[in-house]
Write a protein that binds this ligand. Structure first.
Ligand code: NAP
Length: 247
């Protein structure tokens, strides 16, 4: 494995499980010191920190509910204090609650927005003046930002469309400091949120050109590329990584 991120300092939200854990571990393997946030699963967060430290870099876990703007800002500040700066911010924490219109309620609508969008805004707002010039902000959005193949996903889809839209504006806001801001839009990825043998799999798997779910490590591979110098002319982009599901 190359050391493209040697000496960089990263914060990955929702790094205790799934895609976030894979991104955090991959960044560590490429030489970055990595802070992660989690919502409540301390044991899983500690496991990710152990995997980070096993790569010979520093790792910390911060409990920070993405729906709380103060907690998102604190996570940024704690990272800067504990690890000595910030070069890469990955907004990965997210939930997916599916309910057809008429069944879901307003509270559920607000909750999904507060985690998937408010958390992204609050964290970036806190990081904007702290992240080093030449830094990276990566939002784990979803192909559902532009496509919704099943019922009940309107609100999730709207949160991801909003997250991707923020990226475009922030790429303009931060471009003069050479801070690159991009969205990764995964298709189905095998995690607790969307297991490859779970409820959605029967519908989604055949829709992919590759006839399989993605692995968290495959998303982490794209995140590591976007975080590296190799991606130096990519900003404001929304990149689908979906095994050909939406072609
Ligand atoms: N899996 C897919 O098919 C798929 C596809 C497209 C996009 N995505 C996106 O990828 C991201 C990660 O999804 P995943 O599949 O890896 O999910 P996951 O396996 O359910 O893991 C979610 C992670 O986010 C954290 N989290 C959840 N709610 C949080 C909150 N309120 N505040 C802070 N952290 C919170 C969890 O922490 P705890 O461990 O403490 O609960 C966990 O670390 C999400 O944004 C999701 O929308 C996933």
């Amino acid at each position: 494995m190359s050391e493209r991120l040697k000496g960089k300092i990263a914060l990955v939200t929702g790094g205790s499980r799934g895609i976030g854990a894979a991104v955090a571990t991959r960044f560590a393997r490429e030489g970055a010191h990595v802070a992660i946030t989690y919502a409540g699963n301390k044991e899983a967060a500690e496991k990710t920190v152990s995997a980070i430290e096993a790569e010979g870099v520093k790792g910390i876990a911060i409990r920070a509910d993405a729906s709380d703007p103060g907690a998102s800002a604190r996570a940024v500040n704690e990272t800067v204090t504990a690890l000595g700066g910030l070069d890469i911010l990955v907004h990965n924490a997210g939930i997916a609650d599916f309910a057809p219109i008429g069944e879901g309620d307003f509270e559920g609508f607000r909750r999904q927005f507060s985690i998937n969008v408010d958390g992204v805004f609050a964290g970036t707002q806190a990081a904007a003046n702290k992240i080093n010039d030449g830094g990276r902000i990566i939002v784990i959005s979803s192909v559902n930002a532009h496509s919704m193949p099943v019922t009940g996903g309107a609100v999730y889809s709207a949160t991801k469309a909003a997250a991707t839209a923020l990226v475009r504006g922030w790429a303009r806001d931060l471009g003069s400091r050479n801070i690159l801001v991009n969205a990764i839009q995964p298709g189905p990825v095998d995690t607790d949120l969307n297991p490859a043998d779970g409820g959605f799999a029967e519908v989604l798997t055949p829709m992919t050109a590759l006839k399989r779910y993605g692995k968290p490590e495959e998303i982490a591979s794209l995140a590591a590329f976007l975080a590296s110098d190799e991606a130096s002319y990519i900003t404001g982009a929304a990149i689908d990584i979906d095994g050909g599901m939406t072609v």
